[in-house]
Design a protein around this ligand. Structure first.
Ligand code: PLP
Length: 456
Protein backbone atom coordinates (compact mmCIF):
# COMPACT_ATOMS: atom_id res chain seq x y z
CA UNK A 1 0.00 0.00 0.00
CA UNK A 2 2.81 2.39 0.86
CA UNK A 3 4.46 1.83 -2.46
CA UNK A 4 1.18 2.24 -4.35
CA UNK A 5 0.47 5.44 -2.42
CA UNK A 6 3.86 6.91 -3.31
CA UNK A 7 3.37 6.02 -6.95
CA UNK A 8 -0.19 7.18 -7.44
CA UNK A 9 -1.49 9.69 -4.91
CA UNK A 10 -0.95 13.44 -5.08
CA UNK A 11 -1.53 14.39 -1.44
CA UNK A 12 -3.04 17.73 -0.47
CA UNK A 13 -1.04 19.89 1.94
CA UNK A 14 1.91 17.54 1.91
CA UNK A 15 5.59 18.02 1.18
CA UNK A 16 6.31 15.89 -1.90
CA UNK A 17 9.93 15.46 -0.82
CA UNK A 18 9.05 14.45 2.75
CA UNK A 19 6.39 12.07 1.48
CA UNK A 20 8.75 10.31 -0.88
CA UNK A 21 11.08 9.73 2.07
CA UNK A 22 8.71 9.14 4.96
CA UNK A 23 5.80 7.58 3.09
CA UNK A 24 2.12 7.67 3.98
CA UNK A 25 0.53 7.23 7.41
CA UNK A 26 -2.33 4.97 6.46
CA UNK A 27 -5.46 4.94 8.60
CA UNK A 28 -7.54 1.79 8.51
CA UNK A 29 -10.56 2.22 10.77
CA UNK A 30 -12.23 4.23 13.51
CA UNK A 31 -15.00 4.03 16.09
CA UNK A 32 -16.15 6.72 18.49
CA UNK A 33 -13.02 8.70 19.39
CA UNK A 34 -10.54 5.93 18.51
CA UNK A 35 -8.55 5.52 15.32
CA UNK A 36 -6.74 2.43 14.12
CA UNK A 37 -3.91 2.64 11.63
CA UNK A 38 -2.77 0.21 8.96
CA UNK A 39 -0.34 -1.45 11.38
CA UNK A 40 -3.14 -2.01 13.91
CA UNK A 41 -2.03 0.75 16.31
CA UNK A 42 -4.82 2.39 18.27
CA UNK A 43 -4.93 6.18 18.74
CA UNK A 44 -7.14 8.55 20.65
CA UNK A 45 -8.30 11.14 18.13
CA UNK A 46 -8.10 14.63 19.56
CA UNK A 47 -8.07 16.15 16.09
CA UNK A 48 -11.58 15.13 15.03
CA UNK A 49 -9.98 14.54 11.62
CA UNK A 50 -9.68 18.12 10.41
CA UNK A 51 -11.90 19.61 13.16
CA UNK A 52 -14.83 17.91 11.50
CA UNK A 53 -15.92 14.56 12.98
CA UNK A 54 -18.24 16.11 15.55
CA UNK A 55 -20.35 13.05 16.40
CA UNK A 56 -17.43 10.61 16.39
CA UNK A 57 -16.62 7.79 14.00
CA UNK A 58 -18.58 4.81 12.77
CA UNK A 59 -22.19 5.63 13.67
CA UNK A 60 -24.55 3.03 12.17
CA UNK A 61 -27.47 5.53 12.13
CA UNK A 62 -25.60 7.55 9.52
CA UNK A 63 -24.90 4.47 7.43
CA UNK A 64 -28.62 3.61 7.54
CA UNK A 65 -29.65 7.16 6.56
CA UNK A 66 -27.14 7.11 3.68
CA UNK A 67 -28.29 3.71 2.49
CA UNK A 68 -31.95 4.74 2.53
CA UNK A 69 -31.20 8.04 0.75
CA UNK A 70 -29.23 6.24 -1.97
CA UNK A 71 -32.04 3.80 -2.61
CA UNK A 72 -34.75 6.52 -2.51
CA UNK A 73 -33.10 9.14 -4.73
CA UNK A 74 -29.34 8.93 -5.01
CA UNK A 75 -29.11 12.15 -6.98
CA UNK A 76 -31.14 15.08 -8.02
CA UNK A 77 -30.15 18.73 -8.33
CA UNK A 78 -31.48 22.14 -7.37
CA UNK A 79 -30.92 23.98 -10.68
CA UNK A 80 -33.83 25.70 -12.43
CA UNK A 81 -36.23 25.32 -9.45
CA UNK A 82 -35.66 21.54 -9.23
CA UNK A 83 -35.86 20.36 -5.66
CA UNK A 84 -36.13 17.40 -3.33
CA UNK A 85 -37.31 16.80 0.18
CA UNK A 86 -33.93 16.18 1.85
CA UNK A 87 -32.49 19.57 0.88
CA UNK A 88 -35.74 21.40 1.62
CA UNK A 89 -35.82 19.92 5.12
CA UNK A 90 -32.13 20.54 5.76
CA UNK A 91 -32.33 24.21 4.70
CA UNK A 92 -35.34 24.72 6.96
CA UNK A 93 -33.58 22.98 9.85
CA UNK A 94 -30.35 24.96 9.49
CA UNK A 95 -32.32 28.22 9.54
CA UNK A 96 -34.30 27.09 12.59
CA UNK A 97 -31.13 26.10 14.43
CA UNK A 98 -29.54 29.45 13.71
CA UNK A 99 -32.71 31.30 14.70
CA UNK A 100 -33.13 29.38 17.90
CA UNK A 101 -29.56 28.86 19.06
CA UNK A 102 -27.78 31.93 17.70
CA UNK A 103 -30.60 34.47 17.87
CA UNK A 104 -29.93 35.10 14.19
CA UNK A 105 -33.51 35.50 13.03
CA UNK A 106 -32.42 37.78 10.21
CA UNK A 107 -30.93 34.79 8.34
CA UNK A 108 -33.28 33.79 5.56
CA UNK A 109 -31.92 31.40 2.90
CA UNK A 110 -29.45 28.54 2.61
CA UNK A 111 -27.26 27.86 -0.43
CA UNK A 112 -25.61 24.44 -0.41
CA UNK A 113 -22.15 23.43 -1.60
CA UNK A 114 -19.70 20.66 -0.78
CA UNK A 115 -16.78 22.26 1.07
CA UNK A 116 -15.95 25.18 3.30
CA UNK A 117 -13.83 26.55 0.48
CA UNK A 118 -16.57 26.52 -2.12
CA UNK A 119 -19.02 28.06 0.36
CA UNK A 120 -16.56 30.91 0.88
CA UNK A 121 -16.16 31.22 -2.88
CA UNK A 122 -19.94 31.52 -3.03
CA UNK A 123 -19.81 34.25 -0.38
CA UNK A 124 -16.97 36.02 -2.18
CA UNK A 125 -19.02 36.03 -5.38
CA UNK A 126 -22.19 37.07 -3.56
CA UNK A 127 -20.41 40.16 -2.20
CA UNK A 128 -19.71 41.15 -5.80
CA UNK A 129 -23.17 40.16 -7.04
CA UNK A 130 -24.83 42.14 -4.23
CA UNK A 131 -22.67 45.18 -5.03
CA UNK A 132 -23.47 44.97 -8.73
CA UNK A 133 -27.19 44.54 -8.18
CA UNK A 134 -27.20 47.60 -5.91
CA UNK A 135 -25.42 49.65 -8.57
CA UNK A 136 -22.21 50.00 -6.49
CA UNK A 137 -19.86 47.62 -8.33
CA UNK A 138 -16.76 49.18 -6.75
CA UNK A 139 -17.91 48.16 -3.27
CA UNK A 140 -16.55 44.65 -3.54
CA UNK A 141 -13.30 44.38 -1.58
CA UNK A 142 -13.30 42.00 1.35
CA UNK A 143 -11.34 42.58 4.53
CA UNK A 144 -10.08 39.33 5.98
CA UNK A 145 -7.56 38.92 8.80
CA UNK A 146 -3.98 37.73 9.05
CA UNK A 147 -4.06 34.19 10.39
CA UNK A 148 -7.61 33.64 9.14
CA UNK A 149 -8.27 30.40 7.26
CA UNK A 150 -11.12 30.33 4.78
CA UNK A 151 -10.14 27.51 2.47
CA UNK A 152 -7.97 26.99 -0.58
CA UNK A 153 -10.01 27.34 -3.76
CA UNK A 154 -8.83 30.44 -5.63
CA UNK A 155 -11.07 33.03 -3.97
CA UNK A 156 -11.08 31.31 -0.57
CA UNK A 157 -7.27 31.05 -0.59
CA UNK A 158 -7.16 34.77 -1.26
CA UNK A 159 -9.34 35.33 1.81
CA UNK A 160 -7.06 33.06 3.85
CA UNK A 161 -4.57 35.26 5.69
CA UNK A 162 -1.65 32.87 5.99
CA UNK A 163 1.26 33.62 3.71
CA UNK A 164 2.42 30.06 3.22
CA UNK A 165 -0.81 29.36 1.32
CA UNK A 166 -0.11 32.28 -1.03
CA UNK A 167 3.57 31.95 -1.79
CA UNK A 168 4.14 30.24 -5.14
CA UNK A 169 0.48 30.51 -6.13
CA UNK A 170 0.43 34.21 -7.09
CA UNK A 171 -2.13 34.99 -4.40
CA UNK A 172 -3.80 36.97 -2.94
CA UNK A 173 -5.69 38.89 -5.60
CA UNK A 174 -6.23 42.61 -5.33
CA UNK A 175 -9.76 42.64 -3.97
CA UNK A 176 -8.83 41.26 -0.55
CA UNK A 177 -7.07 43.14 2.23
CA UNK A 178 -5.84 41.55 5.45
CA UNK A 179 -6.32 43.24 8.82
CA UNK A 180 -4.39 42.48 12.00
CA UNK A 181 -4.69 39.09 13.67
CA UNK A 182 -6.52 39.29 17.01
CA UNK A 183 -4.24 37.46 19.43
CA UNK A 184 -3.24 39.38 22.54
CA UNK A 185 -0.87 36.76 23.92
CA UNK A 186 1.38 36.80 20.87
CA UNK A 187 0.77 40.15 19.21
CA UNK A 188 -0.08 42.36 22.21
CA UNK A 189 2.65 44.80 23.23
CA UNK A 190 4.43 44.23 26.55
CA UNK A 191 2.04 45.20 29.33
CA UNK A 192 -0.77 46.08 26.91
CA UNK A 193 -4.23 45.54 28.39
CA UNK A 194 -6.91 43.58 26.57
CA UNK A 195 -8.95 46.79 26.16
CA UNK A 196 -6.01 48.77 24.76
CA UNK A 197 -5.18 45.90 22.40
CA UNK A 198 -8.78 45.82 21.21
CA UNK A 199 -8.64 49.61 20.60
CA UNK A 200 -5.59 49.02 18.42
CA UNK A 201 -7.31 46.30 16.38
CA UNK A 202 -10.33 48.50 15.77
CA UNK A 203 -8.12 51.44 14.81
CA UNK A 204 -6.35 49.16 12.31
CA UNK A 205 -9.68 48.12 10.79
CA UNK A 206 -10.84 51.73 10.53
CA UNK A 207 -7.54 52.77 8.98
CA UNK A 208 -7.83 50.05 6.33
CA UNK A 209 -11.35 51.14 5.43
CA UNK A 210 -10.23 54.76 5.20
CA UNK A 211 -7.17 53.85 3.14
CA UNK A 212 -9.06 51.63 0.69
CA UNK A 213 -12.07 53.96 0.62
CA UNK A 214 -15.35 52.90 2.27
CA UNK A 215 -17.05 52.85 -1.13
CA UNK A 216 -14.75 50.04 -2.23
CA UNK A 217 -15.16 47.77 0.81
CA UNK A 218 -18.05 45.33 0.51
CA UNK A 219 -17.51 42.84 3.31
CA UNK A 220 -15.48 41.69 6.31
CA UNK A 221 -14.92 37.97 6.91
CA UNK A 222 -13.96 36.37 10.21
CA UNK A 223 -13.98 33.07 12.02
CA UNK A 224 -15.61 33.71 15.42
CA UNK A 225 -12.62 31.85 16.91
CA UNK A 226 -9.73 31.49 14.50
CA UNK A 227 -9.02 27.80 14.09
CA UNK A 228 -6.10 27.10 11.79
CA UNK A 229 -4.56 30.43 12.84
CA UNK A 230 -4.04 28.93 16.30
CA UNK A 231 -7.35 28.74 18.23
CA UNK A 232 -7.36 32.49 18.70
CA UNK A 233 -10.10 33.96 20.85
CA UNK A 234 -10.62 37.66 20.17
CA UNK A 235 -10.34 40.22 22.98
CA UNK A 236 -13.51 41.06 24.90
CA UNK A 237 -15.84 43.37 23.00
CA UNK A 238 -13.96 42.94 19.71
CA UNK A 239 -16.83 41.73 17.54
CA UNK A 240 -19.30 44.30 18.89
CA UNK A 241 -16.91 47.05 17.96
CA UNK A 242 -16.11 45.50 14.57
CA UNK A 243 -19.84 45.31 13.86
CA UNK A 244 -20.28 49.00 14.72
CA UNK A 245 -17.51 49.94 12.26
CA UNK A 246 -19.03 47.73 9.55
CA UNK A 247 -22.51 49.21 10.11
CA UNK A 248 -21.11 52.73 9.88
CA UNK A 249 -19.69 51.99 6.43
CA UNK A 250 -22.45 49.71 5.11
CA UNK A 251 -20.10 46.71 5.00
CA UNK A 252 -21.40 43.13 5.10
CA UNK A 253 -20.25 40.73 7.81
CA UNK A 254 -19.38 37.15 6.87
CA UNK A 255 -19.04 34.71 9.76
CA UNK A 256 -16.97 31.70 8.76
CA UNK A 257 -18.38 29.04 11.06
CA UNK A 258 -16.86 26.07 9.26
CA UNK A 259 -15.19 24.98 12.51
CA UNK A 260 -17.26 26.79 15.14
CA UNK A 261 -20.63 25.68 13.74
CA UNK A 262 -22.56 22.74 15.19
CA UNK A 263 -21.34 22.65 18.74
CA UNK A 264 -17.57 22.74 18.76
CA UNK A 265 -17.29 25.74 21.10
CA UNK A 266 -19.90 24.40 23.52
CA UNK A 267 -22.57 26.52 21.84
CA UNK A 268 -24.34 25.67 18.62
CA UNK A 269 -22.73 28.52 16.70
CA UNK A 270 -20.00 31.11 17.20
CA UNK A 271 -22.57 33.63 15.98
CA UNK A 272 -24.51 33.00 19.20
CA UNK A 273 -21.36 32.78 21.32
CA UNK A 274 -20.32 36.33 20.39
CA UNK A 275 -23.71 37.83 19.46
CA UNK A 276 -22.68 38.36 15.83
CA UNK A 277 -25.05 39.75 13.20
CA UNK A 278 -23.65 38.19 10.03
CA UNK A 279 -25.02 38.75 6.53
CA UNK A 280 -23.54 35.46 5.40
CA UNK A 281 -22.56 32.44 7.45
CA UNK A 282 -20.25 29.74 6.10
CA UNK A 283 -21.01 26.24 7.35
CA UNK A 284 -19.40 22.87 6.55
CA UNK A 285 -17.58 20.16 8.59
CA UNK A 286 -19.95 19.63 11.56
CA UNK A 287 -23.07 19.86 9.38
CA UNK A 288 -22.46 16.21 8.46
CA UNK A 289 -19.61 15.48 10.89
CA UNK A 290 -17.66 14.68 7.71
CA UNK A 291 -19.72 11.62 6.83
CA UNK A 292 -20.38 13.38 3.50
CA UNK A 293 -19.04 16.61 1.98
CA UNK A 294 -21.72 19.28 2.51
CA UNK A 295 -21.36 23.01 3.04
CA UNK A 296 -23.73 25.93 3.21
CA UNK A 297 -23.84 29.70 2.85
CA UNK A 298 -26.61 31.12 4.96
CA UNK A 299 -27.82 34.48 3.69
CA UNK A 300 -29.38 37.37 5.60
CA UNK A 301 -32.63 39.14 4.87
CA UNK A 302 -30.78 42.28 3.74
CA UNK A 303 -28.77 40.40 1.09
CA UNK A 304 -31.68 38.21 0.07
CA UNK A 305 -33.96 41.24 -0.46
CA UNK A 306 -31.53 42.79 -2.93
CA UNK A 307 -31.22 39.52 -4.87
CA UNK A 308 -34.99 39.05 -4.85
CA UNK A 309 -35.76 42.59 -5.96
CA UNK A 310 -33.26 42.45 -8.83
CA UNK A 311 -34.38 39.04 -10.02
CA UNK A 312 -37.00 39.98 -12.64
CA UNK A 313 -34.45 42.13 -14.40
CA UNK A 314 -31.35 39.96 -13.93
CA UNK A 315 -32.78 36.52 -14.57
CA UNK A 316 -31.40 33.34 -12.99
CA UNK A 317 -28.64 33.45 -10.37
CA UNK A 318 -25.83 32.08 -12.54
CA UNK A 319 -24.02 30.26 -9.74
CA UNK A 320 -24.24 26.72 -8.41
CA UNK A 321 -22.64 23.29 -8.43
CA UNK A 322 -23.69 19.84 -9.62
CA UNK A 323 -23.66 18.74 -5.99
CA UNK A 324 -25.34 21.80 -4.43
CA UNK A 325 -27.88 20.16 -2.17
CA UNK A 326 -26.90 16.55 -2.81
CA UNK A 327 -29.80 14.45 -1.46
CA UNK A 328 -27.55 11.83 0.15
CA UNK A 329 -25.52 14.55 1.86
CA UNK A 330 -28.68 16.28 3.05
CA UNK A 331 -30.07 13.03 4.49
CA UNK A 332 -26.77 12.39 6.25
CA UNK A 333 -26.76 15.94 7.62
CA UNK A 334 -30.26 15.41 9.03
CA UNK A 335 -29.24 12.15 10.73
CA UNK A 336 -26.09 13.83 12.07
CA UNK A 337 -28.10 16.73 13.51
CA UNK A 338 -30.47 14.23 15.13
CA UNK A 339 -27.51 12.66 16.91
CA UNK A 340 -26.07 16.02 18.00
CA UNK A 341 -29.48 17.03 19.38
CA UNK A 342 -30.63 13.74 20.88
CA UNK A 343 -27.32 12.99 22.58
CA UNK A 344 -26.74 16.49 23.94
CA UNK A 345 -23.36 16.81 22.23
CA UNK A 346 -23.26 20.59 22.37
CA UNK A 347 -23.79 20.42 26.12
CA UNK A 348 -21.10 17.75 26.35
CA UNK A 349 -18.64 20.05 24.55
CA UNK A 350 -19.55 22.81 27.02
CA UNK A 351 -18.89 20.51 29.98
CA UNK A 352 -16.02 18.32 28.86
CA UNK A 353 -14.15 21.08 26.98
CA UNK A 354 -13.32 23.09 30.12
CA UNK A 355 -12.37 19.82 31.84
CA UNK A 356 -9.85 19.06 29.09
CA UNK A 357 -8.60 22.65 29.12
CA UNK A 358 -8.08 22.61 32.88
CA UNK A 359 -6.46 19.17 32.69
CA UNK A 360 -3.94 20.44 30.13
CA UNK A 361 -3.26 23.58 32.15
CA UNK A 362 -2.77 21.66 35.40
CA UNK A 363 -0.40 19.15 33.82
CA UNK A 364 1.50 21.33 31.33
CA UNK A 365 0.90 24.94 32.28
CA UNK A 366 4.32 25.27 33.94
CA UNK A 367 6.33 23.63 31.20
CA UNK A 368 9.14 25.99 30.08
CA UNK A 369 8.07 25.76 26.43
CA UNK A 370 4.30 25.98 26.89
CA UNK A 371 3.24 29.59 26.50
CA UNK A 372 -0.53 29.73 26.58
CA UNK A 373 -3.26 27.10 26.75
CA UNK A 374 -6.64 28.43 25.71
CA UNK A 375 -9.94 27.38 24.20
CA UNK A 376 -13.70 27.34 24.18
CA UNK A 377 -15.59 24.10 24.42
CA UNK A 378 -13.76 21.40 22.49
CA UNK A 379 -11.64 23.82 20.49
CA UNK A 380 -8.38 24.12 22.38
CA UNK A 381 -4.89 25.33 21.48
CA UNK A 382 -1.54 24.86 23.18
CA UNK A 383 0.95 27.51 22.06
CA UNK A 384 4.65 26.77 22.35
CA UNK A 385 7.39 29.28 23.06
CA UNK A 386 11.18 29.07 22.81
CA UNK A 387 11.35 31.22 25.95
CA UNK A 388 8.15 31.30 27.90
CA UNK A 389 9.24 34.03 30.34
CA UNK A 390 10.21 36.41 27.53
CA UNK A 391 7.26 35.35 25.34
CA UNK A 392 9.82 34.56 22.63
CA UNK A 393 8.46 32.21 19.95
CA UNK A 394 10.35 29.39 18.33
CA UNK A 395 11.61 30.18 14.84
CA UNK A 396 9.16 28.65 12.34
CA UNK A 397 11.88 26.44 10.86
CA UNK A 398 12.44 24.76 14.24
CA UNK A 399 9.10 22.98 13.84
CA UNK A 400 8.85 22.62 17.62
CA UNK A 401 5.11 21.97 17.75
CA UNK A 402 5.32 19.58 14.80
CA UNK A 403 7.85 17.56 16.70
CA UNK A 404 5.54 17.34 19.73
CA UNK A 405 2.57 16.35 17.54
CA UNK A 406 4.69 13.62 15.91
CA UNK A 407 5.70 12.26 19.32
CA UNK A 408 2.04 12.38 20.40
CA UNK A 409 1.19 9.90 17.65
CA UNK A 410 3.89 7.57 18.98
CA UNK A 411 2.18 7.85 22.37
CA UNK A 412 -1.23 7.03 20.85
CA UNK A 413 -2.67 10.52 20.56
CA UNK A 414 -3.68 12.31 17.37
CA UNK A 415 -3.44 16.12 17.63
CA UNK A 416 -2.63 18.69 14.97
CA UNK A 417 0.30 21.05 14.58
CA UNK A 418 -1.12 24.21 12.98
CA UNK A 419 0.57 26.16 10.17
CA UNK A 420 0.50 29.79 11.33
CA UNK A 421 1.79 29.91 14.91
CA UNK A 422 3.49 27.21 16.98
CA UNK A 423 0.19 25.86 18.20
CA UNK A 424 -1.13 22.34 18.63
CA UNK A 425 -4.90 22.07 18.44
CA UNK A 426 -7.27 19.74 20.25
CA UNK A 427 -10.65 19.35 18.54
CA UNK A 428 -11.89 15.86 19.42
CA UNK A 429 -15.31 14.49 18.56
CA UNK A 430 -17.95 16.13 20.75
CA UNK A 431 -18.81 12.76 22.28
CA UNK A 432 -15.45 12.53 24.08
CA UNK A 433 -15.71 11.67 27.79
CA UNK A 434 -13.82 13.02 30.78
CA UNK A 435 -12.04 9.65 31.09
CA UNK A 436 -10.89 9.98 27.45
CA UNK A 437 -9.65 13.49 28.27
CA UNK A 438 -7.60 12.20 31.21
CA UNK A 439 -6.01 9.73 28.84
CA UNK A 440 -5.40 12.45 26.24
CA UNK A 441 -3.71 14.74 28.77
CA UNK A 442 -1.55 11.89 29.98
CA UNK A 443 -0.48 10.86 26.49
CA UNK A 444 0.20 14.47 25.53
CA UNK A 445 2.27 15.07 28.66
CA UNK A 446 4.35 12.01 27.87
CA UNK A 447 4.82 13.18 24.28
CA UNK A 448 5.97 16.56 25.52
CA UNK A 449 8.38 14.90 27.94
CA UNK A 450 9.85 12.85 25.08
CA UNK A 451 10.13 16.00 22.94
CA UNK A 452 11.60 18.37 25.53
CA UNK A 453 15.30 17.50 24.99
CA UNK A 454 14.81 18.17 21.27
CA UNK A 455 13.06 21.55 21.78
CA UNK A 456 15.75 24.11 21.43
N1 PLP B 1 -13.15 27.93 6.71
C1 PLP B 1 -12.63 27.48 7.87
C2 PLP B 1 -12.79 28.29 9.10
C3 PLP B 1 -11.93 26.27 7.89
O1 PLP B 1 -11.37 25.85 9.03
C4 PLP B 1 -11.84 25.52 6.71
C5 PLP B 1 -11.12 24.23 6.71
O2 PLP B 1 -10.46 23.86 7.64
C6 PLP B 1 -12.39 26.03 5.54
C7 PLP B 1 -13.05 27.23 5.58
C8 PLP B 1 -12.25 25.28 4.25
O3 PLP B 1 -13.02 24.15 4.27
P1 PLP B 1 -12.73 22.95 3.23
O4 PLP B 1 -11.40 22.38 3.59
O5 PLP B 1 -13.90 22.04 3.46
O6 PLP B 1 -12.74 23.53 1.87
Amino acid sequence: MEEMDRNSLFHPLTSIAAHQQGGPKIMAGAKGVRLRDHAGREMLDCSGGLWCVNIGYGRPEIAEAASKAILDLNYWHLFGSSSHEASIRLADRVLNLMHEHADARHLRRVFFGTSGSDANDTNYKLVRYYANLRGTPEKRKIISRKGGYHGLTAAAATLTGIESYHTAWSLPSTDVVHAECPHLYRFGLDGESEAAYCDRLIADLEAIIEREGPDTVGAFIAEPIMGTGGVLIPPAGYFERVQAVLDKHDILMIADEVITGFGRTGQWFGTGLFGLKPDMVTLAKGITSAYFPVSASVISERVWKVLEAASPEHGPVMHGFTYSGHPVGAAIAMANLDIIENEGMVGNAAEVGPYLLEGLKARLGDHPHVGEIRGRGLMIGVEFMADRAKRKPFAAAQNAHRLVAAHAVEHGLMVRALPYLEVISFSPPLCITKADCDEAVDRFARALETSTPELR
